[in-house]
Write a protein that binds this ligand. Sequence first.
Ligand SMILES: Cc1ncc(COP(=O)(O)O)c(C=O)c1O
Length: 388
Amino acid sequence: MWDFSEEINRENSNSIKYDWRDKVFGRSDVIPMWVADMDFRTPPFVMNAISGRLKHEILGYSFRPESYFDALIGWIVSRHGWPVERDWVEFSPGVVPALNICTLAYTDHDSEIIIQPPVYTPFHGAAKDHNRRLLFNNLLETPDGWEMDFEGLKKMITPKTRMIIISNPHNPVGRVWRRDELEQLVDICFQDGIVILSDEIHSDLILPGNRHIPVASLSEKAASITVTCMAPSKTFNLAGLSTSSMIIPDAVLREKYRRVLEGLHLHLGNIFGNVASEAAYTHGHEWLNDLLLYIRGNIDTVISYCSEHIQVIRPVDPEATYMIWLDCRQMNMSGKDLHRFFIEKAGVGMNEGSLFGPGGEGFMRMNVACPRSVVEKALKQIDNAIKG
Ligand SMILES: Cc1ncc(COP(=O)(O)O)c(C=O)c1O
């Protein structure tokens, strides 16, 4: 079993999560449970691969060798049962850059792009920052959890709708979309010629009992309209290496993507991202399985602590990711006041729900990719603040 319980000091390491606390929360001592990276060591088999490369003392231009693609393809087939072909794989220096590249590649100025809030904030920017029309197909909150609104989606599509961006699994509500849900989505989009941009960056962080389905793996029809983003960055804690993959089975969509990527000269990537990704995808299975059990334990800690001590906060039990969507609506505060309360009274820095768009007000997103001792400390601080 790998051990994830050690508290590692990340201060003064130019970590956004730690060293920007003052700037973002107005105090540098909040327990940082915001930015989506982990407080666990990047695994040793990744660090060793980077150290191995450092022994060669020239860091000139480099390319991704075939062994890199073999490792990626082997990982996807063994984790998700999707046989990806080598030619389908394109590079991106990050998933957020890829969302923006896709906007440029698949839409133009009078196009509409649909997203499903509450959802990861850069999805909003991928449309708005390029002056595309952003349409909200809000997720529905039902007694069985958060769901996609297919009827709403059908009604909002117009001849100008070109692309829908989905988070699969969904950040922040933690849903792993089921096969029948994804099939409905594909049917609707195929009929109207809409590209599905499926951000699957969290697809390796599937909690026990759930199964990730890559949209493009559903059928030839799905593959013909889907562009998939995958990355080792969340899974193995290497977001600082800016390396991710785009899987695009359709030759026309692939060529459009490549034209923008190469037009911006972003296709080369960096030596350490290449080396680290290959090592992670080659050696990462056992480490990841243990990590997922540890994260599940952290989530269980939050759920049972809240049900015993902080009933006004109701955590939404996630099916994936290390983020918990905390329903704080019974605290009867505006989003702004909630945010201030958690910072000033509890000393815990989280993301405030309305940042994710409609439906997010009254929620907070808590990142529990940290040692359990830190989760327990944060819960006690929140409990004391509420009781106080
Ligand atoms: C859904 C989603 N997509 C993309 C990213 C970030 O991707 P990258 O760091 O590769 O740009 C995140 C990070 O939190 C995320 O949650």
